[in-house]
Structure formats: C-alpha cells, structure tokens
Design a protein around this ligand. Sequence first.
Ligand code: PLP
Length: 409
Amino acid sequence: MDVERIRKDFPILRRTVHGHPLAYLDSAASSQKPTVVLDAERDYYEERNANVHRGVYTLSEEATDAYEKARERMARFVGARDPSEIVFVRGTTEALNLVASGLGHTRLKHGGRVVTTVMEHHSNIVPWHMLRERNGVDLRFVDIDAEGRLRLDDYDREITRGTQVVTLSHVSNVLGTVNPVREVADRAHERGAVLVVDAAQSAPHRPVDVEKLGADFLAFSGHKALGPMGIGVLWGRAELLRELPPFMGGGEMIRAVHTDRVEYADPPTRFEAGTPNVGGAVTLSVALDYLERVGWEEMASHEHTLLSRAVRGFTDRFGDRVRVYGPPVGDGHESVLCFSVRGVHPHDVATILDQEGIAIRSGHHCAQPLMERLEVPALCRASVYLYNTQAEIDRLLEGLEKVQTVFAV
Ligand SMILES: Cc1ncc(COP(=O)(O)O)c(C=O)c1O
C-alpha cells in the first residue's frame, strides 16, 4: 500500500495546525475525505440534483436512479439479500434509535429483556434505556474481562428465554476489541432474540457480511468511512423490517393518507420520511469503491503496523507511565488505541499534542458506562486509518515526551 500516494488524495492532509503539518489521529470520530468523494458530491449537485421519487421529469428520474443504485451498492457491501433491506439514515445513532423505537412498539411493547454490553457507545445504550423508562424493559450489560474482551460466560447467564434483543458493537470505539459477533448471534438466536450490530467502527475498516456475522440489524455511519456526514445505513432482515412500524411520519413513507386513516409504505420507504440525503448516499458509494480499491487486507495490515509501533513506543519510552487499554494489538484489537498518561488529565494531553499539530481525542468517548467500569474519568484515544504514517506515530510519541516535560512526571 503506497501511503504517500494515498495521502495525496486527501486535500486536508496538506494543511498545517499551529505551524505543524496536521497529524490526524482521530478517524474513529470522523474520517477525512478523498478528492474523489468531494468531487462526487459536487458532481451530484452540479449534474443530477433534484428531489427523488417525486418528479416524472428527467432530472428527478436521474436523481432517483442514482439514489437507488447507491442502495444497491450498500446492499452489496453488507451482503444483503435485497436492496430493499437497506434503509438510508443520518448515521449509526439514527439507525439504532429507529430499531429500538420500532421494537419498542412490537417485541418490547410490554417489556422483556435487552442485553447490551458495558463497552457500547451511548448510541447503543441510550435508546434501550429509553425503552427501559418507557416500557419497563429489563436492560442488562455484559461485562468485559481484564483484557477488555466481552465475557461470553456473561452471555450464557444474561440471555434468557425472555430476552428479545441482544445488541453489541462489532468493534469497540474505546478498547478496539473485535467482538465475536457470530458467537453472540448464535446464543441470541438459540433463545429467539434478535441481534443488533453496531458496525460504526468496523465498516470503515473491514467488509461486514451480515450473513457471516449472523446479524438481524446492522448499522454504520458514512462519515467514518470516507463518506460525508449526514448519511448512514441501517440494514435489516426483510421480515424483521416489515414487522417494524414507521420511525417518523411524513412525505414518501406512505401508501395512502386520508383524514381518518393512513397506510404505510413497505420497507425501506416506510423508514425514509421526507427528503433523503441523496447526494450523501451517492457519495458514500464512491467512498466504499475507494476503500475497496485500496484493499481491506492491505489497509488492516497497515493499521496494524501503526498501532504496534505506537504500543512499542509507549513501552520503550514511557514504561508504566503510559497505560494502554484493550486486548493486545493484533490479537482481536484494531484501529483505535486508548491510553492514559500517569498524572496528566487526557484533555491536557490532547491540548499539548494539538499545539504540535497532532489531533487525538480525549474524554469519555460517549462510553460513560465503560469509563466507570475501567474506573477512569476519561482516556486519550489515537485512531488510525489508511492515510496515517509511521512518522505521525513517531510524532505522537515525541509529543508525549513534551507532555511529560510540561507536567514533569
Ligand atoms: C461504536 C460507535 N457507535 C455509534 C457511533 C455513533 O455514530 P454517529 O455519531 O455517526 O451516529 C459511534 C461514533 O463515534 C461509534 O464509535
């Protein structure tokens, strides 16, 4: 993989921050965009923009065609049986809310058990908490072991006959743990529960095959996978999507509206009320094409090299003054690296690094239950993607030397 050539595709990587070249180590929060993606968005608005599914004129038909082709592209990406299993949403958060809200009117109407995990992003906890408050759902959290892997024995205990939903992230946005989704799916299905997968951190880095994973619903966000903000995908098994009532009401999502009744359209239209983000959907297809051209395996191996270099550097330079979280890199740990610097608050670490042009994340990473479990108020997080270099990892390590000097620890 020619990283220098790839970097030329990302205009933002040319900019400087505080007089230093930008070292962007926060792609897990949102990725940067290559020129082909930026051009695709511009091309859509310059050449084909019109509202979809509404006009009989040429432009509207072309926009509709582009939107439906994007749906087919997403279906191929996740291995869906049919494009109608793809619902375009704003992102993972909206997708998970759509599923939770829908199930709250069906399977979870009178309560029932939902099993999530302690390592989830808030977007895969709060929608279920809302059902706990509204419907009396019994919300259970599977714990992690000392390395930061899910405890499968907890699943054996928590997935009971009354369990309706089991939900987990494919890859943790904090620990980088790659979760054994298939094994959890088998346990969930044995008890008749549906499996909801948050693929926000996996889809940007690896193909997500819903059949292999054993998922019933799967969600990801375009902006973390080189695509624009405001577009994401919910895949749902056709028969389960058909079970769900609409999430929002409005234009497009109906078959007929009268003053005394309404008939809803079939999925996916039922879940796409109002004008969708057509430009975003079209552009996300181009982003996925770009990632596929680079190659998933090449990208994974490159990211592994970067994370391993960081972990080695932490140990060699800082010993136990820097602590890394999650399983050993390469052994079910990918793409994100959370760490703490002894005696220094993560926000201070991130602020000093920013002065060096290095962008990392600090805070609770929208995973407060996990922070509580790890007994930390916050953590630093460096995350890598195809455009990061070994030199940037070395700059991170040098930046941390500065942090040590400033705080004299
Ligand atoms: C694991 C995980 N799930 C869900 C989300 C929410 O994604 P979005 O803000 O794009 O809806 C994120 C974003 O950081 C995430 O990392």
